[in-house]
Every structure is written in structure tokens, then in C-alpha cells.
Design a protein around this ligand. Sequence first.
Ligand SMILES: [Zn+2]
Length: 186
Amino acid sequence: MSFGTAVRACSAAVLMVGTLLGGQAVAAPAAPAQNEFAATTVTYDVSAAAEFVDAVHQGAANWNESVDNVELVAAQPGGPANIEVIADNGWPRAITTSLGNGIVYMGRQATAEGHLPVRIAAHEFGHILGLPDIKPGPCSSLMSGSTGGAGCTNAHPNAAEAAQVEANFGGFLSPEPYDEPLVFQD
Ligand SMILES: [Zn+2]
């Protein structure tokens, strides 16, 4: 965060420097609007996501609509990925080893109970992007997980959840591994 603030302040200072021309201060031309930093790309691998591939892509797209500082991108087939997405018969869960890295399990136990696969995918991506469970909570909260209700169709982060992920990825990212992998059983 402090690095990001420094960059923004520095960019502003550069823009405010006038050019001395014929003894008159001339305002520097306005620079085209651009982001101070490129988004961090986090890749995910759906090769083991079985029937949930489309839901996983939609969950990623929902995050990409909601945040600017990180973008979830499908990994090249056979290539490396930050996130492995695996379908299994357990309860959905995520294991994250550092910000933006980990494993998402698309557990069929929850979809069998009526939980929406896209919401599950987006929720588990939320853990990899640094969010905890926020439970119990309403359907309007993505990180309320299963407590949002089996009929809950909201698969987008709310404003607070999106803001937290923006903050998590808001500076120059050099993710330190967590002391121990974080495991979220939902
Ligand atoms: Zn969870």
C-alpha cells in the first residue's frame, strides 16, 4: 500500500511540473488517463474442473467485472497456473498458500444441496484473493458462502468484498507465502 501511494504521489508531481518557455510557466499537457500499475494476473486451471468449467469461468468473470487490480485469467492448457480448480465429491473448499495462489475444490456435496456452482466458484476464488469467510451472512455477501442460503443466486462480491480485494492487490505485489496454508472449508 505504501508503495502504491508513493507511485501515485510521484505521478501527480510529474504532471504538475510546468515547462519554462520564454519566461512563462506553461502547464504540462494533460497525460492520457492510465492506471499507475497494471493489474496482477492470476491464472487458473480448469483441466480438473469437470462439469464445473463454465461455472468457474463465470465466477472468474464476475470478479473481473468487480475489481481492477487483479484479473483472473484461464491458464493455457497444460501450462502453469496460480490456482488449480478441482471437482470432487466433498464440500467446496479452498487452500491458499499465498495471496493469489492455491487450490479450489468445487465440491459436489454443495451443488447437490442446491448451492449455485457459479457462486461457489466465485466464493472460493475470493479466498484465493485474500478474503476470509464472513459467516453467517446474507445472500448479498459472496463470502457468506452457504449461510447465504441454498437458493442464493448472487455470485458477485459486494462492494466491501471487492474493495478488500482491490486493497489486497493495490500495491506492487511480491506475495510472501503465508506462514501456513490457509484452509477454508466452505
Ligand atoms: Zn469459504
